[in-house]
Ligand binder design. Structure first.
Ligand code: GDP
Length: 457
């Protein structure tokens, strides 16, 4: 039986209930390390197959979630392997923590479609059945891949591309030299390559470190602040960031004039994107402003629309209001310390979104804004990209693979192995990195078909 894989099998939504599924020889063994029954006496390794058990998932002393555990031994399970399903009750965060914990105790994060792939390989379902499942979910997984790649920070993408370019150069060189030994010299190439491996490994190591701290991704609810120049967007951002909340990151985004800051509001992480930088281009200001804002607002999970309430609405506001109709947004009537020319009623008539009166200058109304965001989040109206966390786990696995392959190249060179021997490892490193940025192709038909699945299926 194969190694034990784990994944969140249900959609991650703020609705609360979800299943973490394990499949493989050690499924019971791994769960037994983290499961505790109410009496503390039950051992998941000993229970009968196809039974359900109430209890808790714990990581050492820490209780992570109250759960129901379903044990289904192979071959009578979806994958035909030993399967354990953990029905989590504590919502998205608990689900992620449960997955993290079973991985910590020996499971491996499943590849997309790996559960179904196993079901197929174990003869539980035939290829046409598998393909039928693909049709249903491929749209979603394509979206997931795209969005998970777009979640990478520009700098990370750039580094991975650079490393890959270097690696492919060496692969190409070795292959050409082997093809055409008369014209391309390969003597001593190993030593040359050896010198370059160290810096490459350092770069991968750095990526691993940053993935560990969750810094590879733009995490949090993507929040975009829009509004006309001078409405008070920067003041609002400074106010939100400036208070005594933790500033997790402070980095210039992929586009130079966009500033991103991650702030934590009541435990909710918001990745704030301020489009205010466009003020500097004086002449075409307003139009560019609206244009840019539109672009960022399109992908936003939440939009904060700042209105200068001391001047009447104009055509730029019309445009912004137009684009906010079917988005999650909060309207902030700013500068309420001055005499108000725009009323909440006026805005409410044109936009079905919550309106909050604030004064960035006098720091008024911010607590109400925070409450509104919090309510929207916990009522499930806004959520951040579910794939981020899972992708992060997968990215880490890919980075580890890259490290391992590069280390193998080093070992092969120092052992005096022939070049074609380690060009395979170079290729593995190249592919592992490619899988992070969505540029890897499956090796054979089975892989290709099953890689179309979402994780957990
Ligand atoms: P942005 O262009 O939208 O980023 O606007 P800024 O944050 O740079 O603010 C534009 C101007 O409005 C600045 O002079 C601020 O001091 C001022 N301002 C911002 N918020 C308020 C407010 O609540 N009341 C008043 N009276 N002035 C404000």
């Amino acid at each position: 039986m194969a190694d034990t894989i784990a994944a969140i099998a249900t959609a991650m939504s703020t609705s609360g209930i979800g299943i973490v599924r394990l499949s493989g020889e050690d499924a019971r063994e791994i769960v037994s390390k983290v499961y505790r029954s109410r009496s503390g006496k039950k051992d998941i390794r000993e229970v009968r197959s196809h039974t359900i058990h109430y209890g808790f998932i714990c990581d050492g002393e820490e209780t992570i979630d109250e759960v129901l555990v379903m044990v289904m031994d192979g071959p009578s399970s979806y994958t035909a392997e030993n399967t354990v399903e953990i029905d989590c009750h504590g919502g998205v965060l608990a689900m992620k923590r449960v997955l993290e914990t079973v991985i910590k105790y020996g499971a491996r994060p499943a590849e997309p479609g790996e559960f179904t792939k196993r079901a197929f390989l174990n003869g539980r379902i035939d290829l046409s059945q598998a393909e039928a499942v693909i049709d249903v979910i491929s749209a979603k997984s394509e979206y997931a891949l795209k969005s998970s790649v777009s979640q990478l920070k520009g700098a990370v993408l750039k580094i991975i591309k650079e490393i890959r370019e270097k690696i492919i150069y060496h692969i190409a060189y070795i292959e050409s030299a082997l093809d055409d030994p008369e014209h391309i010299a390969i003597d001593g190439y190993g030593e040359e390559l050896m010198k370059e491996l160290q810096p490459l490994k350092k770069q991968v190591e750095k990526l691993l470190q940053s993935s560990d701290e969750g810094k590879m991704m733009k995490e949090g609810i993507k929040t975009v602040i829009v509004g006309k120049p001078n409405a008070g967007k920067s003041s609002l951002l400074n106010l939100l960031v400036g208070e005594e909340r933790a500033i997790v990151t402070d980095i210039a985004g992929t586009t130079r004039d966009i500033l991103e800051e991650t702030i934590i509001l009541h435990g909710i992480s918001l990745c704030m994107i301020d489009t205010a930088g466009i003020r500097d281009t004086k002449d075409v200001v307003e139009q560019i402003g609206v244009g840019r804002a539109k672009k960022y607002a399109k992908d936003a999970d939440l939009i904060l629309y700042v209105v200068d309430s001391s001047i009447p609405l104009d055509e730029n506001d019309d445009e912004i209001i137009g684009m906010l109709q079917d988005k999650k947004a909060i309207v902030l009537l700013n500068k309420t310390d001055l005499s108000m020319k725009v009323s909440e009623k006026e805005l409410k008539k044109r936009l079905n979104q919550p309106v909050v009166e604030i004064s960035a200058k006098e720091e008024k109304g911010i607590d109400v804004l925070e409450q509104v965001i919090k309510d929207m989040f916990f009522q499930g109206e806004i959520s951040f990209n579910d794939e981020v966390y899972i992708t992060n786990v997968r990215h880490r696995t890919a980075l580890f693979e890259t490290m391992e392959s590069l280390t193998m190249v080093e070992q092969s060179i120092s052992m005096g192995m022939p070049e074609d021997f380690y060009s395979i490892d170079l290729m593995n490193a190249y592919e592992a990195l490619g899988s992070i940025i969505g540029e890897s192709v499956g090796e054979d038909l089975v892989n290709e078909i099953f890689s179309k699945f979402c994780t957990g299926k």
